[in-house]
Design a binder for this molecule. Structure first.
Ligand SMILES: C[S@@+](CC[C@H](N)C(=O)[O-])C[C@H]1O[C@@H](n2cnc3c(N)ncnc32)[C@H](O)[C@@H]1O
Length: 149
């Protein structure tokens, strides 16, 4: 695989990116797509949200258990969104604000500046919210809400 483009964001260090329960990801940035694949953006303007598949290019190695910033307990890496994964692939849903040729202006960035993008797909949500289960995360949210009550 090779990058189809790169993220441009204001984040130069991981510490600048909001983390933990209730973190809001409303940072704006751009997805700068390489000229040789720009034609692949044809008709993308019609979608409000996109799935961005990208590389955690600034991690080395992985852990099969991770304690996310959203919880105090460890979980299997595939039950988390930890950057330290056997294949360091990230997935972010962003809102498409506008397109300027090969540049997509988006909101919802949680990637460092310069992050390589592997793919972009339209976000087509088909799962009703009431059918979604998110066990450990829901428990962590309930515990935190209890602590702050
Ligand atoms: C918890 S991960 C979630 C990323 C994505 N939404 C996902 O679910 O795959 C987000 C964190 O990845 C880290 N990160 C962002 N860009 C990175 C990069 N290019 N290389 C390594 N780590 C990165 C930052 O610490 C950021 O807070």
């Amino acid at each position: 695989m090779r990058p189809i483009g790169f993220v441009r964001s204001s984040y130069t260090e991981t510490a600048q990116i909001p983390k933990g329960l209730g973190a809001q990801h409303d940072a704006e940035g751009t997805l700068d797509i390489l000229p040789e694949v720009e034609e692949g953006l044809t008709d993308i303007e019609g979608f409000s949200h996109l799935l961005v598949i990208w590389v955690f290019d600034r991690v080395a190695g992985y852990d099969l258990r991770a304690t996310p910033s959203t919880d105090t307990r460890p979980h299997g890496v595939f039950a988390t969104r930890s950057p330290r994964r056997p294949n360091p692939i990230g997935l972010t849903v962003v809102q498409l604000l506008r397109r300027d040729g090969p540049r997509l202006h988006v909101r919802g960035i949680d990637m460092l500046d310069g992050t390589p993008i592997l793919d972009i797909k339209p976000y087509l949500s088909s799962m009703p919210a009431k059918r979604l289960k998110r066990e450990w995360l829901a428990e962590a949210e309930a515990r935190t809400a209890g602590e702050h009550a």
